[in-house]
Design a protein around this ligand. Structure first.
Ligand code: C2E
Ligand code: CA
Ligand code: CA
Ligand code: CA
Length: 277
């Protein structure tokens, strides 16, 4: 999908661009982090046009024992190139599904959870089994679990990806195309995959409403969503002018600092339980 000329801010396994020695240090640290529970999850709300929380996206956080916070934009690419990513994705899946299972009796009792999954884990034959047993264990309907897959990871092995997605959909799981518009996949190919929503990358939202090129791309993506009857989630909505533009052109779902930053689940719940909401 050659909408974007540059891959800015796209999620995923771009070569990390770090010196090898630094990559190795991150890899060693991450291995320990996975074993010693130094990872945590934050959740960012996704709102629908009626201001209800439609979903929460799990975003992994790594704080080293020294207190230093490492950004996922730094350690996810290293995890991908070092083969640690499947283990990390599994850690996130297990904790995110357990977390949503604990929401009974709260304002988020039936919320959907969005989990970022990379190509490695998507193509792992054990994925659907792991997901269904976690859902069963924590009494979370499969329909409440949405896997976010980047456009790029969907194109690693299109035939196998299509088969896995079809199986996951048959089990009830939802699938969203993440960072939509930042890859170079063929539009017809990507739109033929059994996805349930589209996440418009924040690089297109950033320039709204004044940048005419961003506007044209955003309207195209919204039109595509409408045509395919898929909801479009706009990422990175930071101000009201962006939100109004998106709303005006039919965007149905919104995520970004304007609506809420990623936060630990208890903080998000506190905020949503406040009378002024
Ligand atoms: P992503 O999946 O595109 O996630 C959205 C990123 O945008 C998050 O960055 C989020 O904190 C940030 N964001 C949200 N709203 C705004 C906004 O209004 N303005 C701006 N400037 N940024 C906003 P984060 O948490 O640093 O994650 C970066 C990337 O790392 C994610 O991009 C995703 O590709 C990857 N990632 C994060 N958590 C996981 C995970 O659990 N598993 C995997 N495989 N990848 C993850
Ligand atoms: Ca991104
Ligand atoms: Ca995502
Ligand atoms: Ca994204």
């Amino acid at each position: 999908l050659k909408i974007a000329n540059a891959r800015v801010g796209g999620g995923g396994a771009m070569p990390s661009g770090l010196p090898l020695i630094e990559q190795m240090a991150i890899e060693t640290g991450l291995r320990a982090a996975l074993e010693q529970d130094q990872l945590t999850l934050e959740y960012q709300p996704i709102f629908d046009a009626d201001h209800g929380v439609a979903a929460i996206e799990a975003l992994v956080r790594w704080r080293r024992p020294s207190g230093e916070i490492v950004s996922p934009d730094v350690f996810i690419p290293v995890a991908e190139s070092s083969g640690l990513i499947a283990q990390l994705d599994r850690w996130v899946m297990a904790h995110a599904i357990r977390d949503v299972g604990s929401l009974r009796g709260t304002p988020l009792a039936s919320v959907q959870v969005n989990i970022n999954i990379t190509a490695d884990e998507l193509l792992d034959p054990g994925l659907s089994g792991r997901l269904t047993s976690l859902a069963l264990e924590h009494q979370v309907d499969c329909e409440r679990i949405c896997l976010e897959l980047t456009e790029r990871s969907m194109m690693t092995d299109p035939q196998r990806v299509q088969a896995v997605m079809t199986r996951l959909r048959a089990l009830g799981f939802k699938i969203s195309i993440d960072d939509f518009g930042t890859g170079y996949s063929s539009l017809s190919r990507i739109m033929s995959l059994p996805v349930t929503s589209i996440k418009m990358d924040r690089m297109f939202v950033r320039g709204l409403p004044d940048d005419t090129k961003s506007g044209a791309i955003v309207r195209t993506i919204l039109g595509l969503g409408k045509h395919s009857q898929l909801p479009v989630v706009a990422e990175g909505v930071e101000n009201e002018r962006q939100a109004l533009y998106l709303l005006q052109f039919g965007c149905s779902h919104f995520q970004g600092y304007l609506f809420g930053r990623p936060a630990p689940l208890d903080q998000l719940l506190d905020k949503l339980s406040m009378p002024s909401g």
